[in-house]
Design a binder for this molecule. Structure first.
Ligand code: SF4
Ligand code: SF4
Length: 440
């Protein structure tokens, strides 16, 4: 694609990157067929190619974002399915990240929109605040139907309340802890404990640590490490995201580590991009080293996982989180591990399409998210699974509550290696099948 940035514009390193990305796009349109928003809405401006044109026009003309760009870029899930499909290697992720920061800097959103985004940015990255908010949301959930009308604000509030768990899990605070290996120590890793995940499903970190320890791996969670910055990054709050990245890079660089383990794949995609995000920062070299050391839990376990329990005889529908399959190009390892653990693994039709979770997307774009959730659940359930497994807390929350238990794949792996049975499998149907299979 031809671009017409001036020399002065190209002196800005961010614009120079955007220019390079735009020039790789040959506007073939292959990406449209695998874009969830184009598939759902059928509007070219809700396709990757359409958004690329909007971004190009906005940046080349050096003008503030307008309502049209904001509408269509806000509708983008950042699922990165388009990057998997694109034959030209267009780095849509970096382009849309730049566009989001441009919107944040140049566009004044309506007051209710600004307020909600501010609330989300001040609560979600902090586990204690998140837990308090979830407790409040649980109280409000039965009264969600009282929220007036079909305004976007009412829909967003209902969507937020719907994410509150039926029962609050125990509080988890892992910062500053070290978890020794069982037996001989074969490795030492840091675990990104996650922010929302610690509040919603602490059992995922517990299973991860327990499994790694039994495999001979020491796990450390440095006290200064915190949220990865993904949530604010996807809101265009660039400086806040950079601050989170710097804090984590400093915390992990101070430790002697073989790897930084991530069990929330949405965060993993951002950690693997720290090297790019901080490329012009004094911490650039350290950030690049941290990105290279970052491993999704499924990548790290692939060579060392060894089940110890008898095959449970249940069928797992594996839902591939977009951040894992598109953001990190990790497709086979989670399925190989689940099969190694003895599970029958099935996959839904159109596994490349997003479930609609996408960070805060299911709150900010509740209508599109609801369509994508329904489609994903229907295709998963068509495979008659006993349980749905994924590698990302956002997807698990999005797919919960429709009759099939949802668990993180590491909880299943831990269980089959001598760890605790996942609480989600206490449901009557799965328990009965497990009992009949002689597994409990
Ligand atoms: S598939 Fe790639 S090159 Fe083709 S239009 Fe989409 S982004 Fe551009
Ligand atoms: S990131 Fe996902 S929603 Fe956004 S343009 Fe690409 S495929 Fe479409």
């Amino acid at each position: 694609m031809q671009t017409s940035f001036t020399e002065a514009q190209l002196a800005d390193p961010e614009i120079a990157v955007a220019n390079d990305i735009l020039r790789t796009c040959v506007h073939c349109g292959f990406c449209t067929a695998t874009c969830p928003t184009f598939v759902t809405l059928g509007d070219e401006l809700d396709s990757p190619r359409g958004r690329i044109y909007l971004i190009k026009d906005m940046l080349e003309n050096n003008r503030p974002a307008g309502a049209e760009e904001v509408l269509h870029i806000d509708r983008c899930l950042s699922c990165l399915s388009c990057m998997t499909t694109c034959p030209s290697g267009v780095n849509y992720m970096h382009l849309v990240d730049h566009a989001r920061a441009h919107i944040e800097n140049t566009y004044k959103r309506p007051p209710a929109d600004r307020f909600l985004r501010e609330v989300l940015a001040r609560i979600l990255p902090y586990p204690k605040r998140m837990r308090a908010a979830l407790s409040l949301a649980r109280l409000g959930k039965p009264f969600a139907f009282l929220l007036p009308g079909q305004t976007i604000l009412a829909k967003r509030m209902r969507a937020m309340l719907s994410l509150a768990p039926a029962k609050m899990p125990p509080a988890q605070s892992l910062g500053g802890t070290v978890h020794k290996a069982v037996g001989e120590t074969k490795g030492r890793v840091a675990l990104l404990a996650g922010c929302a995940q610690q509040a919603i499903a602490p059992s995922i970190n517990t299973a991860t640590i327990s499994l790694l320890n039994r495999l001979g791996i020491e796990v450390v969670i440095p006290p200064a490490a915190g949220c990865c910055g993904a949530l604010v990054h996807h809101m265009g709050r660039h400086e806040e995201a950079l601050a989170a990245a710097r804090r984590n890079v400093a915390a992990w660089s101070a430790e002697k580590l073989d790897a930084i383990i991530v069990n929330t794949s949405g965060c993993g995609t951002v950690l693997k991009d720290y090297g790019f995000l901080l490329r012009n920062d004094p911490m650039a070299a350290q950030a690049a080293a941290i990105s290279r050391k970052t491993k999704d839990i499924s990548e790290y376990l692939l060579d060392i996982y060894a089940p110890t329990e008898a095959a449970p005889g249940i069928t797992v529908a594996y839902h591939a989180a977009c951040s894992l399959q598109h953001g990190q190009q990790i497709s086979a390892p989670p399925k190989l591990l689940l099969r190694k653990a003895g599970f029958a693994v099935v996959e839904p039709k159109d596994a490349h399409l997003c479930c609609g979770s996408a960070g805060t997307y299911n709150i900010m774009q509740p209508e599109i998210a609801a369509v994508l959730r329904r489609r994903k659940l229907d295709t998963l359930k068509a495979k008659s699974p006993d349980v749905i497994a994924a590698g990302n807390i956002g997807c698990l929350t999005q797919l919960a509550g429709d009759g099939i238990p949802t668990v993180h794949m590491v909880e299943l792996l831990d269980w089959m290696a001598g760890g605790a049975k996942p609480a989600a499998l206490q449901s009557s149907v799965v328990s009965r099948q497990l009992s009949e299979a002689g597994s409990i």
